[in-house]
Design a protein around this ligand. Structure first.
Ligand code: GTP
Ligand code: MG
Length: 461
């Protein structure tokens, strides 16, 4: 019978530790060899550990949720981002509220200076459409007392590093009379780090900090006069004559001049949500969740400038994101684009939505549609503005917010169904982005939807 070969050990030799010494090993050789092998194993373990850490990091990066906020200018994208920050990272949001004070002050001061221009009978751009009545002479002392607010505007603009090129980039032509009747539009270039800049000015005792403090003192001293100006019937008649309704514009704080202009003013969360700061370019925001259940979760938001001239900058961000949040301001049905007065804003939103829905790059992304500004829509319709006058296909349905928003929802859902390159679920919410309590329920739902989709994409579900 042939001799049998010895049975093969079921344990692989490299995992057999310590290894069996070769037969003729001296005591010293054996000790040295064991030491070398131990060192080699240590090095190998360290390499394995480093590779595992790197893999883990890559896994985490891949699972970072990335969201792009899309929609026309003033649809509420940046406000929605503020809501996410407020709800999921309240401490970080709180830390930034003070920086928003300068923006809110600039919103307020711009409104006042806009009225002063109107009373002067034109704007700095040379428009002269309003002929001030003789009774305006009575307002001259008031105008004189408010004139230091011009300087306050200049200081705030400088400190926020607002530049004219940003308006050019947004396609806004300052030579156009009345800046299209916009009173408090404020824009800065993305990535200019304005919040950090303001914080630095506050902390350092330099001339910039002094300037900001004196700007606040001037505003505080002007508060009563601002109230007097804003309650003057001639002013309101003049604005009506120009077809300008400041109350309906973004960044309107004239009704709260006494509170907002006070030297000790601290912005409330609602103030920050109502502040208007136009986004130029694409801003990347990192949000680290602070709440217990989701602590440490990281989301990256791309907040884009919505004006027409900026939309070409959106595309590079499409491929990399998990979800698209598209905002349509429902209340804009009777408005025109600031950058192209011949285009109705609702029609522009429809066209933009069609393009986004049919984009192949976004084919497999999570889609969330927010029909925003429901509060303004309601006020507008209740004041008698007719929806069907602007949207002929609305037919005989009632002119109220509930029916109009349902109609718009149907329209958007149908466009999405017909134009999506592949079957995709759409989540729709009717929102008012400045209503904190209502928004928190919506945000929780949006997070659930995004997390579920992410899990499904990574085969956890
Ligand atoms: N009343 C009301 N105001 C809103 C709502 N959503 C946003 N706003 C206000 O509308 C203004 C414009 O909102 P933003 O968030 O700056 O708009 P955006 O889409 O980021 O605009 P761009 O940066 O120009 O693309 C801000 O002053 C907000 O406070 C809403 O639902 N209701
Ligand atoms: Mg914005």
């Amino acid at each position: 019978m042939p001799a049998r070969s010895p049975p093969v050990s079921p344990v692989m030799p490299e995992v057999n530790w310590p290894p069996i010494p070769p037969p003729a090993d001296s005591e010293l050789d054996r000790a040295l060899r064991l030491e070398e092998e131990k060192e080699a194993k240590k090095r190998s373990d360290a390499i394995d550990h480093a590779i595992e850490l790197e893999r883990e990091e890559m896994r985490k990066q891949r699972h970072n949720t990335k969201i792009v906020l899309l929609g026309q200018a003033e649809s509420g994208k940046s406000t929605m981002l503020k809501n996410f920050q407020l709800h999921f990272a309240p401490k970080a949001f709180q830390a930034e509220t003070e920086a928003w004070r300068a923006v809110i002050h600039l919103n307020l001061v711009r409104s006042v200076n806009f009225i002063l221009d109107l009373l002067r009978g034109g704007t700095s751009s040379g428009s002269n459409r309003f002929s001030p009545p003789a009774s305006l002479d009575d307002l001259r002392p008031l105008r004189m007392r408010l004139s230091p607010l011009r300087q306050v505007e200049i200081i705030l603009v400088k400190r926020l590093s607002v530049d004219n090129t940003s308006r050019d980039a947004a396609g806004i032509d300052d030579s156009t009379p009345w800046y299209y009747g916009r009173a408090s539009e404020v824009s800065i270039r993305s990535g200019s780090g304005w919040k950090a800049l303001l914080c630095r000015h506050r902390q350092q005792l330099n001339s910039h900090a002094d300037e900001l403090v004196s700007a606040r003192q001037v505003l505080d001293a002007c508060r009563d006069d601002i109230v007097t100006l804003w309650s003057n019937p001639t002013v309101h008649a003049g604005l009506r004559g120009e077809g300008v309704c400041l109350q309906e514009q973004s960044g309107f704080f004239l009704d709260e001049a006494l509170r907002v202009g006070h030297i000790d003013y601290e912005p409330t969360y609602t103030d920050v949500l109502r502040a208007r700061l136009q986004t130029i370019g694409v801003e990347e925001h990192h949000l680290t969740f602070e709440r217990l259940a989701s602590r440490g979760e990281k989301w990256i938001f791309y907040d884009v400038g919505g004006a027409r001239e900026q939309r070409a900058a959106w595309v590079p961000y499409f491929e990399d994101v998990n979800a698209v949040i598209f905002l349509c301001p429902m209340s804009a049905f009777d408005e025109v684009l600031l950058e192209d007065r011949s285009v109705n804003r609702l029609l522009d939103s429809f066209n933009l939505w069609k393009t986004i829905c049919s984009s192949k790059l976004l084919g497999d992304k999570n889609f969330i549609l927010l029909l925003n500004k429901s509060d303004i829509l309601k006020t507008k319709l209740e004041s008698g503005v007719s929806f069907v006058r602007y949207v002929k296909s609305y037919n005989d349905e009632p002119n109220d917010a509930e029916h109009v928003s349902e109609y718009l929802k149907r329209k958007f859902v149908s466009m999405h169904r017909h134009l999506s390159p592949r079957r995709r679920h759409l989540h729709v919410h009717i929102t008012c982005a400045i209503d904190i309590s209502v928004m928190s329920a919506v945000l929780v739902r949006i997070r659930e939807v995004i997390i579920m989709k992410n899990l499904a994409a990574t085969d956890f579900l």
